[in-house]
Design a protein around this ligand. Structure first.
Ligand code: NCD
Length: 344
């Protein structure tokens, strides 16, 4: 049975579609006056963030709270980690506090995997971004956003542009989009492509102008200057000119194509301010959709243990009444799912 979500590669096609369809149903909760379901009442979700984050951390927090879980936010800054505490001791502390799920963001690739397989904690581990490795829930929210605009992703063409070398978003997106049948092209300067990219299930190009017109979605990546220890391109101006998305380039897009960015954006570097705020930009929708997708992931990992894999029809419990006298439905309310054979 699947306990963890560590990589987009953990998700087969059916599992990925189950998450996306569940998210679609859970998104309805956001339209209710009381945006809350009792599904994870009594469960504890810990947000364990060793790296700076705005949207991912608050998105997981909102998702867990909308499912009525208790949420503990832990950020390394201001904790005993700055006194030298190890990941193991932090994990043992969380275990002692009864964490049912740990959502971890860490600067080191592989930290979530270590946490999941170390035996230090019993709960589920969700990777919220590890080093330059993976960010599976970002890929899921991106796929969710694309599906809303483009329908089935089979055969759709997605161009991912920029700092692929440092991007866990790009890696997870290539894996998930390939699973969903989309054709991905990475566009980057050669210095910002990782070694071994030719083995990834995608095309690689150095020419943004050639890739844009045939794209159904163009996803811009942030230039991650905090991870750069050398000069990867001659100047900001040169980078923007060759790999930045500006108004002239989006004029070459087809009518239904969308522009995406995981945020935070460097306006004026990889994306012009005009494009960021353009009607074709779905960047703010990506943030909204992130909450629904993370609700689906927490719901599927934590609510119940009967396997309902492949069942996309979930019964949403009624919204929690805005009074104190809530019926005690406890965890597992609604049809239970688990992501079964998805991972070890
Ligand atoms: C991304 C990340 O942290 O990997 N942002 C995010 O999760 N919204 C991308 C980035 O930092 O550029």
């Amino acid at each position: 049975m699947m306990r963890h979500l560590l990589s987009a590669a953990d998700l087969g096609r059916d599992d990925a579609l189950l998450v996306l369809d569940t998210a679609e149903q859970l998104a309805q909760v956001a339209d209710r006056p009381v945006k809350k379901l009792p599904t994870l009442r009594g469960r504890t979700v810990v947000n364990l963030f060793f790296e700076d984050s705005t949207r991912t951390r608050i998105s997981f927090e909102a998702a867990a709270k909308r499912l009525s879980a208790d949420v503990i936010n832990f950020s390394a800054k201001g904790s005993s980690v700055s006194k030298g505490e190890s990941l193991k001791d932090t994990a043992l502390t969380l275990q002692a506090m009864g964490a049912d799920a740990v959502v971890i963001r860490h600067g080191s690739s592989g930290a979530p995997h270590m946490l999941a397989h170390s035996g230090w904690i019993e709960g589920s581990v969700v990777n919220a971004g590890d080093g330059t490795h993976e960010h599976p829930t970002q890929a899921l929210l991106d796929a969710f956003t694309m599906r809303r605009h483009l329908g089935d992703l089979e055969g759709r063409r997605v161009t991912i542009v920029g700092d692929v070398l440092h991007s866990r978003v790009a890696r997870s997106n290539v894996l998930l989009l390939h699973t969903l049948g989309a054709q991905v092209t990475l566009v980057a300067p050669p210095t910002l492509l990782p070694v071994g990219v030719e083995t990834w299930p995608c095309e690689v190009s150095f020419d943004l102008d050639a890739a844009v017109p045939g794209s159904d979605a163009v996803m811009m990546l942030r230039v991650q200057r905090e991870r750069m220890n050398a000069a990867f391109f001659p100047s900001v101006r040169e980078y923007s000119r060759r790999y930045g998305l500006d108004a002239a380039r989006i004029d070459a897009l087809t009518d239904d194509a969308i522009v995406m960015h995981p945020g935070p954006m460097n306006r004026g570097l990889e994306i012009s301010a005009e494009v960021a705020d353009h009607p074709r930009s779905v960047i703010v929708e990506q943030v909204t959709n992130g909450v629904s997708v993370r609700m689906a992931v927490l719901y599927l990992l934590l609510s119940g243990s009967e396997s309902a894999l492949g069942t996309t029809d979930i019964t949403l419990p009624d919204a929690e009444p805005a009074t104190d006298s809530v019926p005690d439905s406890g965890p597992g309310t609604g049809t239970a799912h688990d992501l079964g054979r998805v991972s070890a």
